[in-house]
Structures are given as C-alpha cells and as structure tokens.
Ligand binder design. Structure first.
Ligand code: IFM
Length: 458
C-alpha cells in the first residue's frame, strides 16, 4: 500500500503542460443534505430512510447517525464563508425531501422551505452559484412505507416534489441535478444491502431501477417547464469494472456489474435503451411509452468518479456477483481506495465517445482519517497528491478532446459517510464532531491556489 506519491514521482507519468481551461470553467465543492445538515428532528423535518437505517442494528459503523452531522442547518453561513475563502464559483448541495415534505407528499413544511431560501440567498450573496440536487438518497420514510422506489407511483411523487422546488427556488437557482448516483442507491439499497433501505430482492431492485429512471425523466420535464433558462444534468457514478485478479471466472460478474453500475441509468436516459442483460430482466416492468419518458434532452453529464471497482463471482448475492479487491500492489490512498488516474482519464473519454455531451465532474476526492497535529494543523498530503494527479488526468482528457466544463471536490466538509459513519473523512475542511469547529486542511489551501492559478491561465 502507498499514499500515491510514487505515481507523482515517476518521471513522465503525467506528461505535458496542461492547456488553459475554458474561461467559464466552474470550480466548486459538493455536499449532500443528510451528510451535513443535522437538525434531523427539528423544525418539522420528517424521518427519511437513512434515519431508519442509522437506527437499524449493523446499519452504520459505530451506530453513528446524521442527527447532528456537521450541524450545517445552523452553521450554513459559516460554511458558505469557508467556500468564499476558497474562491469557488459554485456550490452543489442537495435538498432533504423530508425537510420540505415531511411525509414525502401532501403538506409542505414552511420552515424547511425557508431554510433553503436562506441557504440559496446566502450562497448568492457570497458570489457563488447554487447547484441544486433534488435527490441524494434521503427518501422520506413515509414513501418507503408505501413501497418506495419499488412502487411506480414514486416517480409521480418525485415529480411533484421537484415541482415544489422548481417553483420555490427556480427564480434564483438555474443549475439543477435530478439525482445523485442512481446506481449506488438502487444497487446498495435493493440488491446488496449496504445502504438504506437495505433490501435484497431482485424484483424490487429491477422495479426501483425503472421507477427511478421514470422519475428522472419526469423531473427534467418539470424543471424545463417551471425554470426558464435552467441548465439540467444528472449525476452518474461511473467507474470501470474489472474482474478481480484478472481471472476469467470473474469476467461475467464484471460485465453484469458494469451494466448495473455504469449503463443502467446513463443508457436509457441518454440513448433511449437499457443495456442488453438489464433490458431482458426489466422488460416486465416497462410500459409502452416509458423509454421516451425517460430519455429527455439533457444539458450536461455529471460524473462522480473516485477509481475503478472490482467484481468477483459470489453466488450468495442477489445477482451472483460481489465486490472484489484491487490487486494487492495497487497504489491506494487514505481509506484504501485504489488510485488509478488513467482510468479517470479514460472514463472521461469513454463518456464523450458514448454520449457526446459536455461533462461536469460533480465529485472527485479522497477519504482518510485526518486529524490535527499538536499545532492544530491538518497536513493531508495524501489528498493533495490524489487531487493533483486526478486534475492532471482531467487535463489529459481535455487535451484528447473531452469537453469538461467544471470540477467539484467531494467534499467541502468532513461529514457523515453513510455506512462508514464519521470514520472516513472526505472534507478539505476538518470538522471536530464534538465541538463543530471547522479547520481548513492543507488541501483547502491547495485547492484555493489551484483555482487562482487556473483562472489566471484561462
Ligand atoms: O459521500 C459519498 C457521496 O454521498 C456520494 N459519492 C461518493 C461519496 C464518497 O463515498
């Protein structure tokens, strides 16, 4: 295991001096509601499936919860001040569905809607553009009790919720994201039980896939009608899937995981059809006209990328595949995720080849267990190394013809990292979860300098 510095030190590894980026290139930071807001039972917010998951034995490491998280609900102004200090152009955040509609539909919660008014206004006053993600995994528990994403009606409930947001914030928010990482919350929520709602059922997984795709299409239509001048994207996590150990017996597992992870949402939304293995399995749930409802014109492709993933045969799992390990000699960072900048560059090129769209890198970053030294400094060189080589790989993809128009770090703050709780820190700003003290890490200064340098060259 290494911290990735060996890659940086290998002469010629990332050749050539980067070209200037577009003058309107967007530099940003990303967060999501459940991971930072806290105030889970305050001001009328209803419970989400993640509140339930946190209270389920074995659901989250250490029994951690998002009840308080980074207390961003109360400290949002301070956090926006930190963003201003970084010099970012944009802030990608998500709205908590159960904060604005405590039961998912029906009666709205005025205090919840007011919170996002204050947030959006303060972001704009800081000279930062708000990028609003409608859904980042926190389905209202009341809707899950009606079947959640496995119920076709959920697409309509989502469209109504999106309309509420579009009417309320569309005068000030022009950048809209329908969903964050479709394949993660459907696969881990309904087939491999690593996330809420923690179901393992092939049929429910297939239904959830199709209904989420329908919701996406309905959401795009609603935003187009209600928000003049909206620029709409969806955020996909695309990671090349490799057979564990390069072994032939893992190849079919890798091919199926590749369809579930990389193609099951992008292909229907952007090309109008499911990939072959999924198409066959999902057919019973598809109604006439559905593919046209899903495939709506989009303005950009949102890419979340960290590294490749590995698949192996696992007959105990819903689909017969399981998560494999990276080769033991792979360079890794922080929490052990592998560093493969070439895979990032190739993914950007592949998206360009397959979908021919502008790309916004909506998440890229690096987890770790960063803690302050005696002087209170957090010198996260492992993250700086990672960000440097991944930025260099982005430049390579741009030189090779990819139209990348923005880059957002995941994440502004250390936060609630889902099933890993608070142990895996992705922030460029350290959060002491006892005191809620924020301390920018060395990577925050590095990112602020990078933005200045790139703007100067543009
Ligand atoms: O924290 C998550 C985020 O919610 C979605 N993308 C990956 C991040 C790191 O695991």
């Amino acid at each position: 295991m290494s911290d990735g510095s060996a890659i940086l030190e290998r002469p010629g590894e990332r050749p050539g001096s980067p070209m200037p980026l577009r003058s309107d290139f967007v530099w940003g930071v990303s967060t999501s509601a459940y991971q930072i807001e806290g105030a889970a039972a305050e001001d009328g917010r209803g419970p989400s499936i993640w509140d339930t998951r946190c209270r389920t034995a074995g659901g989250v490491v250490n029994g951690d919860t998002g009840d308080v998280a980074c207390d961003h609900y109360h400290r949002y102004a301070e956090d926006i001040g930190l963003m201003r200090g970084l010099g970012v152009d944009a802030y990608r955040f998500s709205v908590a569905w159960p904060r604005v509609l405590p039961r998912g539909r029906g009666a709205v919660n005025p205090a919840g809607l007011d919170f996002y008014d204050r947030l959006v206004d303060t972001v704009l006053e800081a000279g930062i553009e708000p990028w609003l993600c409608v859904y980042h995994w926190d389905l209202p528990q009341a809707l899950h009790d009606l079947g959640g994403w496995a119920n076709r009606d959920c697409a309509g409930w989502y469209a109504d919720y999106t309309a509420l947001l579009a009417r309320r914030y569309g005068d000030r928010v022009k950048r809209w994201i329908t969903f964050n990482e479709f394949s993660v919350f459907t696969l881990f929520g309904y087939a491999i039980p690593w996330a809420a709602p923690g179901i393992t059922d092939r049929e429910q997984h297939l239904r959830a896939i199709h209904h989420v795709n329908l919701a996406h299409g309905a959401g795009v239509d609603v935003i187009r009608v209600l928000v003049p001048g909206a620029s709409i994207g969806a955020v996909h996590n695309r990671q090349r899937v490799l057979p564990e150990g390069g072994r032939p017996e893992n190849e079919e597992a890798a091919a199926l995981l590749d369809e579930h992870w990389n193609l099951t949402f992008c292909d229907p939304q952007l090309l109008g059809h499911y990939p072959p293995r999924v198409a066959q399995a999902i057919e019973p749930y598809v109604q006439p006209g559905d593919m046209a409802r899903i495939c709506r014109p989009m303005d950009w492709f949102g890419l979340n990328h960290y590294g490749p993933i590995f698949a192996k045969v696992d007959p105990t799992r819903t689909w017969g595949y399981g998560w494999g390990d990276a080769p033991p000699d792979s360079p890794t960072y922080g929490v052990g995720w592998p560093i493969f900048p070439d895979v990032f560059r190739d993914e950007l090129l592949e998206i360009t080849r397959r979908y021919r769209m502008p790309i916004i890198i909506t998440e890229n970053g690096c987890g770790g267990s960063d803690s302050p030294d005696e002087s209170g400094t957090i010198d996260d060189q492992h993250r700086i190394n990672y960000l440097r080589i991944y930025n260099a790989a982005m430049h390579e993809a741009i030189r090779a013809g990819t139209d990348v128009r923005g880059y957002f770090i995941w994440s502004l703050l250390d936060n609630f990292e889902w099933g890993s709780g608070y142990g895996n820190r992705f922030g460029i700003v350290h959060v002491d979860f006892q005191t809620q003290k924020r301390t920018p890490k060395a990577s925050a200064r590095w990112y602020a300098d990078l933005i200045k340098r790139e703007r100067f060259r543009a």
